[in-house]
Design a protein around this ligand. Structure first.
Ligand code: B4P
Ligand code: MG
Length: 284
């Protein structure tokens, strides 16, 4: 079965999964996402994720971040509300999860002791599906008891090094893929291992290889943009698997469209946000 359950994602696959907005819909129809991101020196990661989240069509966005990032976030992302942690770094002042459809956590988080505590609180009290990335994954890898508390239906987005921290070293990519399938099954969640031909594994053991994207995307912040896109789609009525397949494809397609105009060398992560609308138009 391991040989037959592999798919390469095509534009048609994505078009079939994409849902047009209904005429009589309102912002409540498209979910309210809570993004926990940013820390001193890494507010940019929160901005990139937030901007991508909004361009992915979410109804409402609240960003939870330490007070240091407050002014810059409000200015950079006027569409978002900001839930302020009154301390200089993260403390344990999370908003109640009531009213949020999904939580995106990780970009620019850091791994300070207080941040680990906050991550513990998130996993002990929130039962909503999450998109878990970057330092949130590194915290899970370092505190393995937390890994088993990841809510079913979540999406984890490690790059190969983060995946190694989570699942251990592997001898080759085949072995890594088996471990990736195992992690998805164990957590009843979707695992996305990023790179050229990003692989997406479902809890049921099916593997989807993405076909968009290019080496221009090997630049700081592109992963944060992906977290935003996935969180924005998961907040709407997409399943975690559809959100992952659609979001990873759109992220790469935005990269391809940006590269067409700007070239691989000059592409920066913000360009992916700029070209995300054009990517949506191509799959709609
Ligand atoms: P970190 O410091 O953890 O980097 P980051 O903040 O997570 O960066 P960012 O969020 O922008 O990028 P991400 O990878 O999440 O350090 C990364 C470390 O891991 C570095 O030491 C690096 O060398 C290592 N590493 C990263 N990728 C690796 C790989 N494939 N193999 C071995 N080591 C690796 O997200 C990047 C995004 O861009 C993803 O969506 C990815 O799919 C896309 N992308 C990157 N390169 C691409 C390519 N060649 N083709 C298509 N898409 C590509
Ligand atoms: Mg990253």
């Amino acid at each position: 079965d391991t040989e037959t359950d592999h798919y390469y994602v095509s534009n048609d696959d994505v078009h079939r999964r994409w849902k047009p907005r209904a005429r009589f819909s309102h912002k409540g129809t498209y979910g309210h996402a809570l993004l926990v991101a940013g820390s001193y020196g890494k507010t940019g990661a929160a901005i990139l994720a937030a901007r991508a989240l909004l361009r992915a069509g979410v109804g409402l966005l609240t960003i939870h971040t330490p007070v240091r990032g407050y002014a810059i976030l409000q200015q950079a992302v006027p569409e978002a509300m900001v839930s302020i942690d009154p301390f200089e770094e993260y403390a344990s002042t999370l908003p109640s999860s009531d009213g949020y459809s999904v939580i995106g956590v990780g970009p620019g988080l850091g791994q300070a002791d207080a941040t680990v505590k906050m991550m513990r609180k998130i996993l002990e009290t929130y039962r909503k599906p999450m998109v878990i990335d970057a330092d949130a994954l590194n915290i899970l890898a370092a505190h393995r008891e937390l890994l088993l508390r990841v809510p079913a239906g979540s999406i984890l987005t490690p790059h190969p090094k983060e995946f190694e921290r989570l699942a251990g070293k592997t001898a080759n990519e085949f072995e890594r893929l088996e471990k990736q399938k195992e992690l998805a099954r164990q957590l009843k969640s979707v695992v996305v291992v990023k790179g050229a031909y990003t692989s997406i594994t479902s809890p049921g053991g099916v593997v989807y290889f993405n076909t968009t994207g290019n080496p221009g995307m090997a630049t700081g912040g592109t992963g944060d943009v992906l977290t935003g896109i996935l969180t924005g789609l998961l907040a709407q009525s997409y399943t975690s698997l559809d959100a992952a397949i659609l979001g990873v494809y759109l992220h790469g397609l935005a990269g391809d469209l940006a590269t067409h105009d700007l070239g691989e060398d000059s592409l920066v992560a913000s360009d992916l946000v700029t070209y995300l609308p054009a990517a949506f138009l191509k799959v709609s």
